[in-house]
Design a protein around this ligand. Structure first.
Ligand SMILES: Cc1cc2nc3c(=O)[nH]c(=O)nc-3n(C[C@H](O)[C@H](O)[C@H](O)COP(=O)(O)O)c2cc1C
Length: 180
């Protein structure tokens, strides 16, 4: 990193303090090969129209295939799907071996057991430095029956929420904690 007063390790450390869920974006290459990549960069963008985003590293093996994809599905992982997250976070040729899927509305591979799935049409792509930002327009939703618990990623590790309903409530005087 150039011309910035911090090194990349500290930048990563700071970004890691933002807890996220984990999703696997799935799709099909033009030749019909299944695509899948683990992302923590998923986020909501717009309600009307219904837009979401995620970013993909330009150096990812599958990057050109994602650029060409007209449709993709964001599969939001449950805490029981940590192994799937690991599997789709490795540049392996056999990522899909033994993975249970159902066919989405446009024939996209959808992961069994996901908490929710957002099937999207590619809407826009934007420059994001060494990543590209993909904006998808949601065409279809699949929402699991029971709410389930999400897989959480925080400070470089997978985490689990404690029991349902035990969310921590900060005392009012810690709304603006002195972290510096
Ligand atoms: C929890 C987690 C979150 C990740 N989030 C992203 C992400 O948002 N964008 C990205 O490009 N890679 C992300 N990665 C890394 C990719 O999943 C990984 O580099 C993947 O192997 C790239 O796929 P490919 O090179 O096989 O195409 C993440 C990995 C993990 C474990």
């Amino acid at each position: 990193m150039q011309d910035v007063p911090f090194d990349q390790a500290r930048f990563r450390q700071a970004l890691g303090r933002f807890a996220t869920g984990v999703a696997v974006v799935t799709g099909l290459a033009p030749d019909g090969t299944r695509l899948g990549i683990t992302v923590s960069s998923f986020n909501s963008v717009s309600l009307v129209p219904p837009l979401i985003l995620f970013s993909i590293a330009c150096r990812a093996n599958s990057f050109p295939a994602w650029q060409a994809a007209q449709h993709y599905a964001v599969n939001i992982l449950s805490e029981a799907q940590e192994a799937l997250s690991d599997r789709f976070a490795r540049p392996l040729p056999d990522k899909w071996d033994g993975v249970e899927t159902i066919a989405g509305r446009r024939g996209l591979p959808i992961l069994q057991g996901a908490l929710a799935v957002l099937e999207c049409e590619a809407h826009a792509r934007h420059d994001g430095g060494d990543h590209e930002i993909f904006v998808g327009r949601v065409e279809e939703l699949l929402i699991g029956g029971a709410p389930g618990r999400p897989l959480v990623f925080f400070s470089g590790r997978y985490r689990r929420l404690t029991a349902d309903g035990e969310a921590h409530v900060a005392p009012s005087d810690s709304l603006f904690p002195r972290i510096w």
